[in-house]
Ligand binder design. Structure first.
Ligand SMILES: Cc1cc2nc3c(=O)[nH]c(=O)nc-3n(C[C@H](O)[C@H](O)[C@H](O)COP(=O)(O)OP(=O)(O)OC[C@H]3O[C@@H](n4cnc5c(N)ncnc54)[C@H](O)[C@@H]3O)c2cc1C
Length: 488
């Protein structure tokens, strides 16, 4: 994480900084000689970044701004792994428009350059706290106070009031990366659970359950344990497939963006990447957390202890649903922004891709029922989206968005089902050609079957709930949730 925040700061400088800024910071950040962060969050402005109050006032010499404010939860915020730390800080210049439109970005080094050229002048950045966290305990997450002495120098990145737009270059990348990190943790937990389930001998198989003289079996022989393992494999490998798809789209955009000939391909890839990013981040992290919960369950009491890595993996994973925009905010982004954007272009692009995969799988007799299930879910997702769109267009915004988290889950379950159709169809094809490792391919086909059989009916049920115009959470007066117990 120290390296990702550092590379992120380097990317911002390279993409939006002046030539002087690039010359000063880019190489030092990209080589890891200096550390980097991204400083957005404030004690009273987390999800609601537009309400931040960190201020920037142009210094008399016009060269820099004086920064004043507190940022909290800053990953890699302070440490002695590098002699200097470069903070891209979001702040508001005096007189800026209210809300997110008035946010600018500044480069604020921990040590600034002195008259002799050396970066050894303390820049009035004080570490006023270190957050004590549930997980990620190897990461220095800090509260930073800028300009307590009135002497914190910051240099404007790019243009005034463009700070959040610039930060989104990083945030979109970071959101995809968060899904990858979450899935990597779930994958490690699955490997641990799989090994344990082969080794742990406990109980008898269902046929001999009442015969104490029959031999005990490894727990992987119990269908309930296999359920838990299958669910983990389906989650991990479904998420990996989605993230590989997003990586391919990112590469496509990067490689083809300068070629006019491929302008349409780039547009299509961009449309897909935009709509899939909240799924990667939010569904990737929530499903990975659930997957690790199952890994712990496979280990029984041992899973609850520190002898195996699964407990730590669960703790570390929780943050992925919180930072880079909480999953609640991701669902608002998906339904409120990404779906209606450009007259639904992203949604159309995605449905087209899913439709192609369904048609391909329909041709495989053994898998046709899976394709039909995914087709049914696709129809329901489209119908649910149209119905919600009607609410949005008639100005009923709270009703449109009040079940956004459930919508994101259902939508993502369609997306992962799509990925499993592709994987299962290809694996089925390869099975027919007599592969060296048939159980690998059979494992893929059957895991895809498992995911679709167990997930699609639940997603269809969610669609029914949303379409029934369920508004309990929207309408419930907060006092009905009970009195606040001040002692807690
Ligand atoms: C370990 C860690 C590392 C972090 N690293 C960084 C970092 O490097 N840089 C940085 O700038 N920040 C960082 N953060 C901060 C992180 O991005 C914020 O914690 C996050 O954005 C949520 O803000 P908050 O904590 O103020 O929660 P709040 O915004 O108070 O949210 C609390 C709850 O209310 C919900 N909520 C809030 N507003 C809405 C809304 N409008 N609609 C629906 N639901 C809503 C949220 O979804 C959440 O469930 C880090 C946090 C942690 C825990």
């Amino acid at each position: 994480m120290y390296m990702t925040t550092t590379a992120g700061a380097g990317l911002l400088v390279r993409a939006f900084g002046s030539q002087k800024m690039r010359d000063t910071y880019a190489e030092k950040l990209f080589t890891g000689e200096w550390g980097g962060t991204m400083a957005l969050t404030e004690p009273d402005a987390g999800s609601s970044l537009g309400d931040m109050i960190t201020s920037a006032v142009k210094a008399d010499d016009g060269d820099h701004y004086l920064i004043k404010g507190t940022k909290c939860f800053i990953s890699s915020g302070d440490h002695d792994l590098a002699p200097n730390i470069v903070h891209p800080v979001l702040a508001k210049i005096e007189g800026a428009p209210p809300g997110t439109k008035g946010i600018s970005m500044f480069i604020v080094p921990k040590y600034r350059q002195g008259a002799d050229g050396a970066f050894d002048v303390p820049n009035d950045v004080a570490t006023t706290g270190v957050e004590h966290k549930l997980g990620l305990r190897g990461q220095a997450t800090a509260t930073l106070s800028f300009g307590e002495e009135g002497d914190c120098h910051g240099w404007l990145v790019g243009e005034e009031n463009m700070g959040l737009k610039y930060m989104f270059l990083l945030l979109n990348h970071a959101r995809l990366h968060t899904g990858v990190q979450a899935t990597a943790g779930a994958s490690a937990a699955y490997q641990c659970a799989l090994q344990y389930s082969h080794e742990r001998i406990q109980g008898r198989d269902l046929l001999n359950a009442t015969d104490p003289t029959s031999p005990q079996v490894p727990i992987i022989k119990h269908p309930d344990v296999r359920h838990m393992l299958l669910q983990q494999k389906a989650t991990v490998e479904g998420n990996i497939a989605l993230m590989m798809t997003c990586s391919r789209l990112t590469d496509t955009i990067h490689v083809l963006k300068k070629s006019e000939e491929h302008a349409e391909d780039v547009q299509h890839a961009q449309a897909l990447l935009e709509i899939l990013t909240p799924c990667c981040k939010a569904f990737g992290s929530d499903s990975s957390f659930e997957s690790i919960r199952l890994a712990i369950q496979c280990l029984g009491g041992a899973g609850f202890c520190e002898d195996y890595p699964v407990a730590q993996l669960l703790r570390d994973n929780k943050v992925f649903s919180i930072y880079e925009g909480t999953n609640g905010i991701q669902s608002l982004d998906l339904l409120g922004r990404k779906i209606p954007a450009k007259n639904g272009a992203s949604m159309q692009a995605l449905m087209q891709e899913i439709g192609t995969a369904i048609s391909n799988t329909m041709k495989v007799d053994d898998l046709r029922d899976l394709a039909e299930s995914v087709q049914e879910l696709q129809n329901e997702v489209v119908a649910t989206t149209m119905q919600l769109g009607g609410l949005g267009m008639s100005g009923e915004i709270p009703a449109y968005l009040c079940n956004a988290t459930a919508y994101l889950e259902m939508f993502s379950q369609l997306v992962i089902s799509w990925q499993w159709l592709i994987q299962a169809t290809r694996a089925h094809e390869l099975m027919d050609s007599g592969p060296e490792d048939p159980s690998f391919y059979k494992g893929l086909v059957e895991t895809g079957r498992y995911y679709i059989k167990w997930t699609v009916p639940k997603a269809l049920a969610t669609a029914q709930i949303i379409k029934s115009d369920e508004r309990t959470a929207l309408n419930l007066p907060p006092e009905c949730l009970g009195e606040v117990d001040a002692a807690v």
